[in-house]
Ligand binder design. Structure first.
Ligand code: FAD
Length: 467
């Protein structure tokens, strides 16, 4: 039996890989559950968007699963979990594969569990919906909007990411200006997950219990269903507003977020020269000017226009937000959140990025300081959102990368000046800083749900198997 168990520690420092014999035995035990073991396909599926980071690009080079398994329903997941647990073969779950930190890159081979085929909307009722984990966010809204409800927030990867991947790997997004972050109490109603115990079970976490598995990178359970609160839907307008100077735009973004009477869904501040990289929108992006991208409910347009006028802004584009089932127009939200970085990377692969969280109440002062300090080396892009009951912002700065040491210096300077950094250049959960939801509970829950440490091994650094 020993030859079917994991082999010794990999020399790269990754957790041990399963032996070839264990993989052969697993394939035989999968029965009719579909899987792919063509190494080229497996390698491709084992990647996410970690290449944004020159550091992760080096660290994760060549890491891949041994096979991709495509369960069709929860019973398949229980079967795969049981067979993998028996052979001590790791499992990493893949949703849409749009994570940014190599969260779903298997460090120790084993199974990449592609749950995208488990994707039904289970039910919808006023203000609440339940979905299978592989449901794409866009498909959820396509089903929910005709009933008068929509997801409270979604990442800018709405068109490709899954609901399971969002709660396991994401943080916030379009809608956060009203509804805050995923980590806020009430943002996720319930999770159903499969454990990797000797006899795997499906268990339900409700209310505050969801914190045990929220943003845990799938290190302590395979999420099979997600129950989410929904928001009343609106006809949305999207707009670009241009400003002569950066701080005037920043103050407008803050004021728009704080305008309780204006229903907004997105307030994004982007300093020049980032807009110069948004090629398809260039006619709406005057040279040298800072822009704000906003989504506003149609009935709020009149007060929105008044605020733009009062703030000396110029609306350069205003149009209905494209319907989710209309692929012919790229929605403006695909220039916000971490899509802004992507738009720049499409043209200039030498840049990278940072993620930082400003202090509510002091955010504009801190933003002004960093803008003055770093200029074009750290190009500012801020997402306004509700934090701790106030309107504040985080930033996904586009950084002109020179050396890892300079990047560390920039991070240090932010931290020394009270700006928290959520480091996007690490795949270790605990090294993410403020994004960790509830480290102690997550570790304790891993001891219960994954006693052999087989779920996404190498990502939770505090994990030590029980003797
Ligand atoms: P994956 O990348 O497949 O997985 C993410 C993590 O969750 C992995 O650790 C994976 O193992 C785990 N996982 C996936 N499914 C399950 C499951 N069923 N059970 C247990 N674990 C699971 N993030 C934001 O929060 N807001 C944004 O606005 C945003 N914008 C982005 C823009 C771009 C261009 C890119 C590339 C990324 C962006 N992200 C953003 C990051 C990412 O898209 C989101 O986190 C997204 O929600 C991930 O969903 P996914 O289905 O692709 O998950």
């Amino acid at each position: 039996m020993t030859s079917n168990l994991a082999t010794a520690q990999d020399p790269t420092g990754s957790p041990p890989r399963p032996s070839p014999a264990a993989i052969v035995a697993l394939k035989a035990a999968l029965g009719d559950i579909p899987f792919v073991d063509d190494p080229a396909v497996v390698r491709l599926r084992s990647r996410d968007f970690f290449w944004y980071s020159p550091i992760l690009k080096e660290e994760l080079r060549g890491k891949a699963a041994d096979l991709v398994v495509m369960p069709r329903h929860e019973a398949d997941i229980l079967h795969v979990a049981r067979e993998c647990t028996a052979r001590r073969i790791p499992i990493v779950v893949r949703g849409g594969g749009t994570g940014n930190y190599g969260q779903m890159v298997p460090l120790a081979g084993g199974v990449l569990l592609d749950v995208s085929g488990i994707n039904r909307v289970l039910w919808l009722k006023p203000g609440l919906g339940r979905f299978e984990a592989g449901a794409k966010l866009i498909d959820i809204d396509i089903t929910a909007v005709p009933t008068g409800w929509e997801l409270r927030m979604h990442p800018s990867t709405k068109r490709t990411a899954t609901i399971g991947g969002f709660v396991a790997g994401g943080a916030a997004g379009v809608g956060s200006i009203r509804y805050g972050q995923l980590r806020d109490r009430g943002s996720v109603a319930a999770l159903r997950l499969v454990t990797m115990e000797d006899t795997p079970r499906a268990i339900e976490l409700r209310g505050d219990e969801v914190r045990s598995a929220l943003h845990a990178y799938g290190t302590n359970g395979i999420i099979t269903e997600v129950e989410m609160p929904l928001a009343p839907t609106w006809p949305w307008t999207e707009a670009i507003i241009a400003f002569d100077d950066f701080m005037t735009a920043a103050r407008f973004a803050q004021a728009l977020g704080e305008s309780a009477g204006i229903v907004s869904k997105l307030v994004t501040l982007i300093a020049w020269p980032i807009p110069s990289y948004f090629k398809p929108l260039r006619e709406f992006l005057p040279d040298g000017r800072t822009i704000v991208i906003a989504m506003i409910a149609v009935p709020s347009l009149e007060p929105f226009h008044s605020l733009v006028k009062e703030s000396a802004g110029t609306i350069t584009l205003e149009r209905p937000t494209p319907a989710d089932d209309d692929p012919s127009v790229i929605p403006l939200y695909e220039y916000t959140w971490n899509h802004s970085t992507l738009q720049v990377l499409k043209i200039d692969r030498t840049v990278t990025y940072l993620q930082s969280i400003f202090v509510p109440g002091r955010n504009l002062e801190q933003v002004e300081h960093m803008y003055g300090k770093f200029g074009d080396e750290v190009m500012l892009h801020c997402e306004f959102q509700r934090r701790q009951g106030r309107v504040s912002c985080s930033a996904l700065q586009v950084v002109r990368f020179s050396t890892a040491e300079r990047l560390r210096e920039i991070i240090r300077y932010h931290e020394e000046n009270g700006v928290r950094i959520s480091n996007p250049h690490t795949y270790i959960l605990e090294d993410k800083g403020p994004k960790i939801v509830d480290g102690d509970h997550q570790l304790a829950f891993k001891h219960l749900a994954d006693p052999y440490g087989l779920m996404n091994p190498g990502k939770m650094s505090r994990w030590v198997p029980a003797p």
